[in-house]
Design a protein around this ligand. Structure first.
Ligand code: PLP
Length: 361
């Protein structure tokens, strides 16, 4: 007789339903759908990767030197820095350390979907507020919701996909109201906004700042992220970490990226310039664009949006259609190179120009 097996899967895993975006088949296309640096990293990074020897690859990584180098780049002590396998993993560890099944986290949507994704896996509850129609953060409601003492709050600053930037004074109000809550300020795009609360980790033990090397540094393929917090607070997260979370190639690349510095800075400067130009061009053809402090723009093409995005995808220009979660015709557009953005603009004009009255709403 055939034995029947039943895998003892957790309920939370069967119930989770956050949608995962398809990420295959993008190579060689105009990739304006994942907020990647489409220019690529600087030459120092490639040189550092080529220098890795078979002996080094055969060894478990040693962290002291790269951690010290990366900590001094961020202006923190080594005890205040935890490196992780990408920015995603920098977020996951909060669930291992702080979120019990049934306890709740607080977020404001639309935002980065991984906060919801990990809460579902942890069997936690999600309390959610909304950015308003102008994509502004509902500060008063958020502060009121803190009275229910969520375990963790996550705020992407600037926020993905809205581009909303909270000034430091606003974050201070949130910190003052969050005495029994872990406050994660996800600064994945801080290089582009120039606004950070990193120096405050010594003042507020509940503050954790996360960063990634995937965006401005252009190392998404290597997966390197970071959490920074006061020494004692960070020690709690370390207790939930595996011994070798980060690989040696990511460390070598990040060390080179922070030493080189200039490549990242010039990419950031260029991207901000292209973003502002592109936003102006979209507005000129009647498309609603929201102010963004990141390397991306949220735009609303109205009812003609979804068909336009499909046409563009057919031409190998990938955007992130947000019609399903924000509203019909909303799209997040990563700022690529000058040539990529010109190609996109031409394609949009061609398609929209073909029909009258197809402007955004
Ligand atoms: C707000 C935010 N946080 C974190 C991440 C994670 O990035 P990664 O896992 O590539 O480091 C992203 C990526 O899109 C993001 O938008």
């Amino acid at each position: 007789m055939k034995t029947k097996f039943r895998l003892p899967v957790r309920d939370a895993i069967l119930k989770r339903n956050t949608y995962e975006t398809p990420a295959e088949g993008r190579f060689g296309k105009v990739r304006l759908d994942f907020n990647e640096n489409t220019t690529g990293c600087g030459p120092a990074v490639m040189k550092a990767l080529r220098k890795l020897s078979p002996k080094q690859l055969a060894m478990y990584p040693e962290y002291a030197k790269p951690v010290s180098r990366i900590a001094s780049y961020f202006g923190v002590a080594t005890g205040e820095l935890l490196l992780t396998n990408g920015g995603d993993d920098a977020l996951r560890v909060f669930f291992d350390a702080f979120v019990e099944p049934g306890s709740h986290i607080l977020i404001c949507e639309p935002t980065f979907p991984m906060y919801r994704y990990y809460t579902e896996i942890a069997g936690g509850r999600i309390e959610t507020l909304r950015y308003d129609a102008n994509m502004e953060f509902p500060l008063q409601e958020f502060i009121a919701a803190l009275r229910k003492k969520p375990r963790v709050i996550f705020i992407a600053n600037p926020n993905n996909p809205t581009g909303t930037l909270l000034q430091r004074g606003v974050i201070k109000k949130i910190l003052m109201a969050a005495s029994e809550t872990v406050v994660v300020i996800d600064e994945a795009y801080a290089e582009f906004s120039g606004v950070t609360v990193l120096p405050w980790i010594r003042k507020y033990p509940q503050l954790f700042v996360t960063r990634t090397f995937s965006k401005a540094a252009g190392l998404a393929g290597l997966r390197l992220g970071a959490v920074m917090a006061g020494r004692e607070s960070l020690a709690l997260l370390r207790r939930a970490m595996p011994p070798f979370p980060v690989n040696i190639a990511a460390l070598a690349a990040a060390e080179a990226a922070v030493s080189e510095g200039g490549a990242v800075q010039s990419y950031v400067k260029q991207t901000r310039k292209i973003r502002d130009w592109f936003a102006g061009e979209l507005e000129r053809i009647g498309v609603k664009v929201f102010p963004s402090a990141g390397n991306f723009l949220l735009a609303n093409f109205g009812r003609s949006g979804p068909a336009l995005f499909r046409t563009l995808a057919g031409q190998g220009i990938l955007l992130r259609d947000r019609s399903a979660d924000i509203g019909p015709g909303f799209v997040r557009i990563t700022i690529g190179t000058n040539a990529e953005m010109k190609k996109l603009l031409e394609a949009i004009k061609k398609k929209l120009g073909a029909k009258s009255g197809s402007k955004g709403e």
